[in-house]
Write a protein that binds this ligand. Structure first.
Ligand SMILES: Cc1cc2nc3c(=O)[nH]c(=O)nc-3n(C[C@H](O)[C@H](O)[C@H](O)COP(=O)(O)OP(=O)(O)OC[C@H]3O[C@@H](n4cnc5c(N)ncnc54)[C@H](O)[C@@H]3O)c2cc1C
Length: 269
């Protein structure tokens, strides 16, 4: 059976191959740890090879930034923005500049059950939902195709995500002239936990706390913005128990890379 990758650890699950397939022969399917991997429907595949050509891991050289990648560190001037961001609020500053030019923002958001997935934003309110680090691999869905469609309509686009996802987008876009209006901003990311562990963890918190989760905050600044405080724990509330429940276990799993699974080499960025 044909596969997009030779070894599983050579796939970071960015989903660029799924998005580029003109025959819709590729589906992203969860493995036993909840990480999404591409699966080819052999009946639809015409062996054009496009999926492997654009893969950022098998063709690393093709999709790198030219020259040295640029790194920026920033601290937002607004104390309010700073408090609503995980780190220095650079995401808000950059995305504000794009929104002012009628641009579109793509970033990681939650759905109503706190699954992490990439969404599209055209307003500051929609963008605000993308603030705050979510320590779970986000589901890209049709994000790359949506970005291309926005660019084709002459919209300016800002994409934010992990370095693997950013590399996937570069691979998907290739040398297209549409890249002129695309800003790709990846974040510092040491690796990404399993969505399946996150699912089980949410249910555990709900069982222990009672009720359904209504808010989740990874790495809160509640007690200040020092490394010691931000490492303290994650904050949860449920509809039956609105006082904040602090729990450090998932954070510990994240920091120690315990929940990054068998494919952690490929998932590490
Ligand atoms: C999985 C992960 C691993 C990280 N590892 C490190 C690390 O090793 N060292 C370090 O110093 N910092 C790490 N960070 C923190 C991160 O680099 C900064 O906190 C981030 O850049 C937030 O800065 P900000 O205040 O500008 O963003 P905020 O205003 O808090 O906005 C969050 C930004 O992160 C994006 N984002 C959030 N969650 C995800 C996700 N699951 N997948 C893709 N994009 C997401 C959003 O789209 C948005 O652009 C990690 C963050 C994540 C999500």
């Amino acid at each position: 059976m044909k596969s997009v990758y030779l070894r599983k650890e050579d796939c970071c699950g960015c989903s660029a191959c799924y998005s580029v397939c003109a025959k819709q022969a590729i589906t992203m399917k969860p493995d036993e740890e909840g990480f999404l991997y591409p699966e080819i429907d052999q009946a639809c595949c015409v062996a054009c090879g496009r999926c492997t050509q654009i893969c950022p891991l098998t063709h690393k050289g093709n999709h790198k930034n030219s020259g040295m990648p640029r790194f920026y560190a920033a601290r937002h001037k607004s104390q309010e923005v700073l408090w609503q961001s995980t780190s220095g609020g650079a995401f808000t500053a950059i995305s504000d500049a794009i929104l002012r030019q009628n641009g579109v923002i793509y970033g990681a958001d939650y759905d109503e059950d706190f699954h992490v997935l990439h969404h599209r934003a055209e307003t500051p309110e929609q963008r605000d939902r993308m603030r705050i680090s979510k320590y779970v691999q986000s589901d890209m869905g049709d994000t790359y195709a949506q970005i291309k469609a926005d660019l084709q309509k002459d919209r300016m686009v800002l994409f934010t995500g992990t370095p693997c996802q950013a590399a996937g987008l570069r691979g998907f876009m290739g040398t297209s002239s549409l890249m002129d209006r695309l800003y790709i901003c990846d974040l510092i990311c040491h690796s990404i936990p399993s969505p399946l562990i996150w699912e089980e963890y949410k249910r555990l918190v709900e069982r222990e706390k009672g009720g359904k989760l209504v808010s989740v905050q990874f790495r809160s600044k509640r007690d200040g913005w020092s490394r010691a405080n931000s490492n303290k724990g994650f904050l949860f509330t449920t509809d039956q128990s609105p006082e904040i429940h602090e729990d450090n276990h998932f954070h510990q799993l994240f920091i120690k890379r315990t929940v990054h699974g068998r494919a952690s080499k490929g998932r590490s960025t």
